[in-house]
Design a protein around this ligand. Structure first.
Ligand SMILES: Nc1nc2c([nH]c(=O)n2[C@H]2C[C@H](O)[C@@H](COP(=O)(O)OP(=O)(O)OP(=O)(O)O)O2)c(=O)[nH]1
Length: 133
C-alpha cells in the first residue's frame, strides 16, 4: 500500500470573501497563492490539523465548517483536502507569520486575480461554487 499524507488547506471565509495566502518558500512555490494549512500529523484529525496550522501560520482562532468535496494530488505522497473554516469571534485578524509573505481577502469577483498554485486551481474552483451559493 502506498503511503498517502493529507495536506489540509483552509478555505477561510469571512463576509463572503476567501483568504488567499502567498507562499514565501520553498523557492519552487514562492510567490504563488494557496489555501493556508499544512500536513496532518500522525494521530491528528484533519480538522485539528487545520486549526493548529492556521494558529501557527496566521495567528488566528478558527472553527472548521466542512470538507470541500474532492481530493487533489500534490507531489507524492501528498494529497490536498480543503475545508471551509471561519474565524471565531474575538480572533485576531490573520497575519503572515510563517510560510507566507502576503494575504488577501478575495471577493468572488476577485478569486482569479491571484496566481494560485497549479495544484490548487481545482480546489479553488470548488470553493468558488460554495462562495456563489
Ligand atoms: N498548506 C498548503 N500546502 C500546499 C497547498 N498546495 C500545495 O501544493 N501545498 C504543498 C506545499 C507543501 O509541499 C505541502 C504542505 O506543506 P506546508 O509547508 O504548508 O505544511 P507544514 O506546515 O505541515 O510543513 P512543515 O514545514 O511542517 O514540513 O503541500 C495548499 O493549498 N496549502
Amino acid at each position: 500500500m502506498t503511503e498517502r499524507i493529507v495536506v489540509v488547506g483552509a478555505a477561510l471565509l469571512d463576509a463572503g470573501r476567501l483568504l488567499a495566502a502567498r507562499r514565501s518558500a520553498p523557492p519552487e512555490l514562492a510567490g504563488r497563492w494557496e489555501l493556508p494549512g499544512g500536513k496532518v500529523e500522525p494521530g491528528e484529525t484533519p480538522d485539528a490539523a487545520l486549526v493548529r496550522e492556521l494558529r501557527e501560520e496566521l495567528g488566528v482562532e478558527t472553527e472548521p465548517v466542512g470538507r470541500v468535496p474532492g481530493e487533489w494530488p500534490l507531489k507524492p505522497p501528498y494529497v490536498l483536502h480543503a475545508w471551509t473554516a471561519r474565524l471565531l469571534p474575538g480572533s485576531p485578524a490573520p497575519k503572515p507569520l510563517q510560510d507566507h509573505d502576503a494575504l488577501r481577502w478575495l471577493t468572488p469577483e476577485e478569486l482569479w486575480d491571484v496566481e494560485w498554485l497549479d495544484q490548487d486551481v481545482a480546489a479553488v474552483r470548488e470553493v468558488a461554487g460554495l462562495l456563489r451559493a
